[in-house]
Design a binder for this molecule. Sequence first.
Ligand code: G3P
Length: 216
Amino acid sequence: MKFFVDTADTKDIADLAASGLIDGVTTNPSLIAKSGRPFAEVIAEICALTPGPVSAEVVATDYDGMIKEGRKLAKIASNVTVKLPLTLDGLKACKTLTGEGTQVNVTLCFSANQALLAAKAGATFISPFIGRLDDIHLDGMELIHEIRQIYDNYLFDTEILAASIRTANHVKQCALAGADVMTAPPAVIKSLVNHPLTDKGLETFLADAKKAGIKV
Ligand code: G3P
């Protein structure tokens, strides 16, 4: 499973990119706003930090506006993936932009039927939002299982990019469900390394080494 980091904070991205743990980056208008920096500038900087796909979202909601913005975003760098909302205009724009060779991430997916439409429109990635479904007491992970089955039934190439990941358990469940990619905030990715027995074991090894005067 590929790991994308869901942030527009370039310091966090540089840090994780150096660890070799991330395969790409996703942003959204809320994350760009949080960075407090100009949109194009921050996307260009992120694209230079990773060779992987970098999702940059349009803010237009009509077909013509999405195409105009999508083409502009695609010119920033060759690894820009244009992020479009799961609406009829968004799907139409998806068809056009992927036809021009631009990678497209169709976002704000909350149902298997929406994911089916995105695959039919040629989306490179579909982004089902797990946490936001959990927030309204639905089973976000069930959606990943459903999409996996549908895409496998018809051999769709669209990659399932599990988004709105809030916990380490979400990451594990996505891997078990066969998501192609998961995107999570830096803190969630870093938390995956934690285990109290690792800390305890290391403490014992170091104490024994010190006692025995072991030097490497
Ligand atoms: O980028 C989309 C997504 O991952 C949002 O996550 O936590 O705001 O629901 P969240």
